[in-house]
Design a protein around this ligand. Structure first.
Ligand code: C2E
Ligand code: CA
Ligand code: CA
Length: 645
């Protein structure tokens, strides 16, 4: 599953053995010429049967080498076993050595028996020619060449010496020298050959492997899964994405980022089975392909989510990096390309659902995904066509009974989907980055509308975490909008949630400080739903906390909520923060809340969000009775999902 260039001996050997079989033509020519020379020798010597027998043996060896070559072609070297490769090598050795032995026998026999006859010249010419030709052919396996040289040269040289003929002694010397040369040149050629092969292997390795983790890269992964798919085996894909990796990389440095990638790959490798394919396919993206059952693959993903979420010690600090995963079960798509899209959709969904989890691809998920893609396009169109508007929900001062602040809430009047809930399009706008445009528009529109209200009433605008991104100048935008509208800055409240503070708290806090310098107020929205401790509140540059509606629902029904309410009011008092309770729906809740020292009450019990026109007559009136005055035409939260269905 993981390729290491130094553990690549089998692949290397298979290439070396392949070289033995690379030039089948030379074997054919060799067999034909040697056989012809032997037959010629038979004819020259008046039909010496020994030569004919040698010719027959040569034909047999030629056939054997031909059959070996056939066998070689029937084996796929890339998937050949060690046994296959060894066998092929032995076959090549046997062929080469028996040829050498026959040539040696021919040469020695001709010299000894027909020392001064023309056939001896044939023998000398053939043996020297053969020795010279060996060096190139089998240099990938020098052992073959060496034995060949020894087998061919030794008996022949001995035979030449045996004749004691001075001319033959000279030839013996030349044969011996040729043998020695061939011996050493075989080694040199072999070294060059192996070095080239090794660098080719290294390049190939780099092309398909990731340098940081030594897993396959995307190319290697594609090659491997295509091979499995071609074999018809069902393949389940798991895509793994480290959550907020960019933040870790940017804030802790690339060394820590790389070490984290390595640690993640080690966790992956430790949990893989033989045949599983693992890869790092992108910056912080990993892939696993497995032929295990979908249930096993799901169990693997569940285990990986758990393992990856545990803390690790990297670069001298503890780092927790969770991961999100998508699973494309085998058979979910007709092709690998389609399956990769499925796994992307599932991963996307896992991130959307809050990260640190896995999601198994289904047709329903795909449909929702496509729907949200369509919605995304429409969101851009809608912005261009001015389909957005603000609704307003007053927040009342429980002591005076009159409105003190009005929250601006975005609405999307979609041409055929009807009114789309902000809970659907805000996350969409955040993902696509359109939130900065939309959010700036909401800020400006809210300030403009507030100018038609009594100056004692402020306007509160929601701001998303992404509006604090480095690329967007929120403070500059707010400043410009205040100047353009001419509104008194203290009338503007900006509502943020704790989620804004997660990624880069220092940066966000500095922006909040700058906003307050402009005179703008800051409210912490949805208080009580976050995870942070109460103690951090003291350090935040905020003016107001808004208690979340989920908490409000508990008031009056749970004793714990009531006592927590005491703690929060005390805390707000100590920190000199305004306290607003939102989502107050019933008279009972209102009665309980009024007993506490809260500064503002917001909820259906007084008013639902309404249009700017509907709001105007309302903000002059007092609501001390607490009877519901919901707007008839206002968009209702309970309608939210039916409207987008
Ligand atoms: P939020 O900031 O918590 O806004 C309060 C939500 O509670 C509003 O939902 C409001 O209609 C609803 N609500 C008010 N009183 C009651 C009540 O008594 N009972 C119940 N059950 N609900 C009540 P809405 O208008 O659907 O907005 C949903 C969320 O969309 C907002 O939650 C806010 O997070 C986001 N949002 C709305 N407008 C904007 C905006 O301009 N910018 C950004 N970034 N987010 C916005
Ligand atoms: Ca809000
Ligand atoms: Ca809220």
């Amino acid at each position: 599953m993981i390729v290491d260039v130094h553990e690549n001996d089998i692949a290397m050997k298979s290439e070396l053995v392949a070289a033995l079989y690379a030039t089948p033509g030379t074997i054919l020519i060799g067999t034909v010429t040697v056989t012809a020379v032997m037959i010629a020798a038979g004819l020259l010597t008046g039909n010496d049967l020994v030569f004919y027998a040698m010719a027959a043996a040569m034909v047999a060896v030629g056939c054997f080498r031909h059959i070996s070559h056939h066998h070689y072609k029937s084996i796929h070297l890339t998937s050949a076993s060690v046994g296959d490769i060894d066998r092929l090598e032995k076959l090549a050795m046997a062929g080469a050595w028996s040829t050498a032995a026959l040539i040696a026998a021919f040469g020695a026999y001709a010299i000894l028996r027909y020392t001064h006859e023309p056939v001896a010249v044939l023998a000398v010419a053939q043996t020297i020619g053969y020795l010279a030709g060996i060096s190139g052919r089998n240099s990938s396996r020098p052992v073959i060449t060496r034995v060949q040289v020894l087998a061919a040269a030794t008996p022949f040289t001995l035979a030449l010496l045996w004749t004691r003929d001075p001319a033959y002694l000279v030839i013996a010397l030349s044969v011996a020298l040729t043998a020695v040369l061939t011996f050493s040149s075989a080694q040199v050629i072999h070294q060059i050959f192996v070095a080239r092969l090794r660098s080719i292997r290294e390049l190939e390795h780099l092309a398909v492997n990731d340098t940081i983790t030594s897993l396959y890269n995307r190319r290697g992964f594609m090659r491997e899964i295509r091979a499995v798919a071609a074999s018809g085996r069902p393949l389940t894909l798991i895509s793994i994405d480290i959550d907020r990796f960019k933040g870790i990389n940017d804030s802790l440095g690339h060394d820590v980022g790389d070490a984290l990638l390595k640690a993640v790959s080690e966790t992956l490798i430790a949990d893989l089975a033989p045949g599983d394919i693992a890869a790092r396919t992108g910056g912080d993206e990993f892939m696993v392909a497995t032929t295990r059952s979908v249930d096993d693959a799901t169990a693997l993903a569940a285990r990986l989510v758990m393992l990856l979420a545990s803390q690790r010690f990297i670069g001298g600090r503890h780092i927790t990096a969770t991961a999100s995963m998508g699973i494309a079960p085998a058979g979910c798509a007709p092709s690998i390309e389609e399956a990769l899209k499925c796994v992307d959709i599932a991963l996307y969904r896992a991130k959307l659902d809050g990260r640190n989890r896995f999601v198994v691809y289904t047709v329903a998920i795909r449909d929702e995904h496509e729907d949200s893609l369509a919605l995304e396009t429409e969101l851009r169109e809608g912005l261009r066509r001015g389909e957005f508007e603000l609704h307003f929900q007053p927040i009342y001062n429980p002591r005076s009974g009159s409105a003190m602040l009005v929250e601006a809430l975005l609405r999307w009047k979609h041409p055929y989907r009807g009114m789309v809930s902000p809970e659907i399009f805000i996350p969409l706008a955040e993902r696509t980055g359109l939130i900065t445009v939309l959010g700036s528009w909401a800020l400006g529109e809210a300030m403009r509308t507030a100018l038609s209200w009594p100056s004692s009433i402020g306007v509160s605008v929601n701001v998303s975490a992404r509006q604090f991104d480095h690329g967007h100048d929120l403070v500059g935008t707010v400043e410009a909008l205040i100047r353009m509208s001419g509104i008194e800055p203290a009338r503007l409240t900006i509502e943020i949630t704790e989620s804004s503070l997660i990624d880069d708290p220092d940066h966000v806090v500095s922006r909040l400080v700058a906003l307050r310098k402009l005179g703008v107020r800051i409210a912490l929205d949805d208080f009580g739903t976050g995870y942070s401790s109460l103690s951090y509140l003291a350090h935040l540059p905020i003016d107001t906390i808004k208690i979340d509606q989920s908490f409000t629902q508990e008031i009056g029904t749970s004793r714990k909520a009531d006592s927590l309410m005491n703690v929060i009011t005390q805390l707000a008092h100590d920190l000199e923060l305004r306290l607003i309770v939102e989502g107050v729906e019933t008279q009972e809740q209102l009665e309980v809340i009024k007993k506490h020292a809260v500064h503002g009450i917001q909820g259906f019990v007084f008013a639902r969000p309404m249009t700017a026109e509907e709001l105007l007559p309302m903000i002059g009136t007092r609501v001390a009775t607490g009877r519901t005055r919901a707007s008839r035409s206002g968009w209702r939260k309970s309608d939210r999902f039916s409207q987008v269905a």
